[in-house]
Design a protein. Structure first.
Length: 216
């Protein structure tokens, strides 16, 4: 049985306005990664393969967890939300969100526009994002065994869309809830991928770590 553990990166630069500015862990994000790595060691979790996207926040999370040489696959990278949000504002009069509440109402509409190829100069087509997520998962499955995958919330949500056959509204609701350094697990059982754990943060369960249960 193949088992895939998907890790969302630690908290990134929450004040960023561009993809490049966002792509670095905050001090709390680095701590979240260290706590998660220690928790996995304490519980004797073992993995046959460790994979990561090639974004700085992915690799820093991997290092914080104690994995200094993951197998790097750019297909595990996040989509470029910041560019898509600017295009949605310019081309579709969809204001860029200024708060988590506005983000929650913005992103389902943005994703629908993106899925419909409604942006003239999108950095990536929605279908291509969907395809690279599926291709990466297929290759991880073909490698067999237990895989640890360090990636981003959008990529994890896309994988869940494929596993659970979700439409955009349901996919984005799962995306909103994904905590930094959270653990989501899928398993290949009887010819099917199944979700077994979603958005778990056991390494942040202690009361004195409540402040570290972040979404952004």
């Amino acid at each position: 049985m193949t088992h895939i553990t998907l890790i969302r990166h630690g908290q990134a630069n929450t004040h960023a306005t561009t993809a490049a500015d966002y792509d670095k862990l905050s001090d709390l994000g680095s701590q979240q990664a260290r706590w998660l790595g220690q928790y996995l060691r304490d519980t004797q979790a073992s993995f046959d393969h460790v994979w990561a996207g090639d974004m700085s926040r992915h690799l820093a999370t991997a290092r914080g967890m104690g994995h200094t040489a993951p197998q790097i696959d750019p297909r595990l990278n996040e989509f470029d939300y910041f560019t898509l949000a600017r295009l949605a504002e310019l081309e579709k009069d969809l204001p860029a969100p200024q708060s988590p509440e506005e983000f929650a109402s913005n992103i389902p509409r943005l994703m629908e526009f993106w899925r419909e190829d409604a942006f003239a100069d999108a950095p990536e087509r929605f279908a291509d994002f969907e395809g690279r997520a599926q291709g990466a998962v297929d290759d991880i499955l073909n490698a067999g065994g237990r895989a640890l995958v360090i990636t981003s919330g959008g990529l994890i949500s896309m994988v869940l869309r494929q596993v659970l056959r979700l439409e955009i509204p349901e996919m984005t609701r799962l995306m909103f809830l994904l905590r930094n350094s959270s653990v989501t697990e899928i398993e290949y059982v009887h010819g099917h991928l199944m979700l077994s754990v979603y958005n778990a943060v056991p390494h942040l369960a202690a009361p004195d770590r409540a402040h570290a249960r972040t979404f952004i």
